[in-house]
Design a protein around this ligand. Sequence first.
Ligand code: IVH
Length: 699
Amino acid sequence: MSVDRRAAEKRLAELAKLLAEANIAYHREDTPQISDAFYDALKRENAALEDAFPDLKRTDSPTDQVGAAPSETFSKVTHAKRMLSLGNAFDAEDVADFVKFIRNFLGLDADAPLAFTAEPKIDGLSLSLRYENGELVQAATRGDGETGENVTANARMIADIPQSLIGAPDILEVRGEVYMSAEDFQALNARQNQIGGKSFANPRNAAAGSLRQLDSEITKSRPLKFFAYAWGDLSEPLADTQMGAIGRLKSLKFQTNDRTKLCQNEAELLTHYASIEQDRADLGYDIDGVVYKLNDLALQARLGMRSTTPRWAIAHKFPAELAWTWLEAIDIQVGRTGALSPVARLKPVTVGGVVVSNATLHNEDYIIGRDSKGEEIRGGKDIRIGDWVQVYRAGDVIPKIADIDLAKRPKDAEKYAFPTTCPECGSDAVREPGDAVRRCTGGLICPAQAIEKLKHFVSRGAFDIEGLGAKQVEQFHSDGWIAEPADIFELEERYGRGLQQLKNREGWGQKSANNLFAAINEKRQISMARVIFALGIRHVGEAGAKLLAQHYGGWAEMETALTAAVIGDSAEWDDLLGIDGVGAVMAASVVNVFHQPRERASIDRLVAHLQIEAPAKTDTSNSPVAGKTVVFTGSLEKMTRAEAKARAEGLGAKVSGSVSAKTDLLVAGPGAGSKAKKAADLGIETIDEDGWLALIGDG
Ligand code: IVH
C-alpha cells in the first residue's frame, strides 16, 4: 500500500468528520450538502483505508454508523400531466382581479353567473397517485412539477390512501396533500425527543420528512394523512364540475375536505374565506389560505394554464404571522447580478412555528423608510442596528420587517450608512437612476458575483451537476480553477489529466474526481431552456427561460434574433415582446446580455462545449399552425383575444401583434383595418374567425 500510515490516519479522521457532517445535513436538516455519489465515494474510500490499516479504524468509524447512509435515492417519475402550483392572492382586491381576469379571458359579462369552489389550502406536500384498472401503481411527489420522486412504497403505508378502487376510470391520477395533524405532530415530536431522535420544526416538515424515507417501515410508523383535491391523467372525465369531481373522489373512498364549498360569486368566496380563517385554529391541521377554483371544468379547460400555474385557480393566503425581536446586525450580500442586498440578522424568534434569525431588508430605501416610489413606509421610520423590530412571514416567503418600536431604540443607535463600495471586491457600488438597487460595478472581477453566478449555473433547475454544489464551486473558484461557466467544461482537460491534481486535493479521491468529470460530461448535452436559465440573466427565471426556448425553437435561431434585436425598435424586438409572459423589462435584459461583449464572449465560450437540445414541440405533431406566425385583428366573436392567443400558442403557433413579412396568417374579424390592408399588400393569407376555428379543428 503506497499510502503511509500517518497519511491514512489523518485521512480517516477527515473522512469521519466529513461523513458525520454529511449525515447530519441529510438526515437531520433534510438539506444534503454533497451528492449521494460523492457520499458513496467517501464511504468507499474510508472502507478501503480501514481494510489496509485495520488497527487505525476509529471508534467513531463511519462504517459503523447504522441506518444513516442513504444506500439509494428515490427513482424519478415523469408526471403524465404536469403538477401545477398556484398563484397567490393576498387581499380582496387580488381576488377581484382574479375573477375579472377570468371574465375577460372568457368574454363573460360582469353579471353572467360564474361559480367557484373554495376549500382550505393544506400546508403539507402534494402527492400524485396513479391507479390503473383500479389498482394503485405509483405515487410520486411533485418535484419540479414535471418530474417527482417515486415514493410508492411509502404511500402504501398511509391509511387514507386506498390501495384499490371500485368503479374508477381505467386510468386515474388522484392528486392531493399529504399532511400531519397537529395532535399527531406533537406526539411524534415528544416521542422523538424521548428516543433522542430528530424533532421537526412544524407539521409540514414532519410530513415531508416522514414521506421521504428510504425505509417505508419508518413511514408506516408516522401518522400521515391525505386529502384529495385534484387529478392528473384520466381515461375519462370524473364529472362536469370541480364540485362533482371532488364528490366522485369521495365516493371512491378518498378523504376530501369537508370545508369545500360551492360559491356562486366573489362575495360568497370572501365569506367562506372569513369563516375558514375564523376556524383555523380548531381544524386540527395547518392551513395557510383558501384555494378558489372555477367550478365549470369546460371553462377550466378553455382557460388552460400559464407555465406553472392554472389560470382558473388561485390561493387566497392568510395574512402573515408576526413576532417582535432585536435586530443585531445588518449584513450586505452581493448577488449574481451584483445587487447589494441588506440582510437583517435577528435574535432568533419563533414566527408561526418557525425559528427566524434572518430577514430581508430589500434595499437602501427600504432601510430609510421609503418604498420603490419614494413614498413613506412604516411612517418613515428608518431601521437601525439595535432596533426592536416586528418580523413577519407569509407562507414560505422570506421573513420581512413590518415595523419598529422607536420607544425601544437604544440612545446611541446610529442611522445605517449603506455602503457605496462592494464589500466583496471594493469596486464602486452604484445606483442607476430609477433602480432601487445599488449594484457592484466589478462584474466578473467581483468574486461574489462570479461565485453566485457559478452557483446558480450548477443549481437544480440549471445544469444540476452531481458532485458540483455550492461548496465545490467556492473551492474551485477560490483556487482559480473556474472563473466562468465554460471553465467547468474544461476542468478535466486542464486539471484532471491523469487526475493528478484533482485527486490529490483535500476531499477528493480518484473515484470522486472520476465521478465529477462523468457528471460534467453527462451535462454537455442539455435542454435549451436549462442553458438559458443557467446563464442567470436578470429577470429570466425558469418559466421565462422555457418561454424563450419554446418561442425560438433552437439556440442558433435565438442567437440570431437577439443579436439583430434593437431594444424598442426592430422586428426582432417586437417578436420577443410578442411572447405571452415576456415583458419589456425581461426582453431588454435578454437583449442586453447578448450585446454586452464580455457577457457574450462568456456565453459563446460555454455554448461551444455543449450540444443544446431544441425544446420538444408540445403535442403539435398534427397541428396545422405549428411554427406559424399568426396575427389576430378586428373583433372576435366566439372567443376573446387572450383566449385565441393562448389556444394558438398551445398549438405551437407564434402570435404576434403586428403584421410583417414574417407573418404567415392573419385572422381578421369584423372591423379589421390597417393590418388587413398590410397583409393584403404583402400577400399574406387572411381568414376569418370561423375559418380559423375550422383550421384548428375547433369549428
Ligand atoms: S390545487 C390545479 N388545492 O398548494 C392546481 N392545492 O401553492 C393544483 N395545496 O402544489 C393545486 N391545498 O401542494 C390545491 N386544496 C388545495 C390545496 C393545494 C394545498 C398545495 C399544493 C400545491 C400548492 C400550491
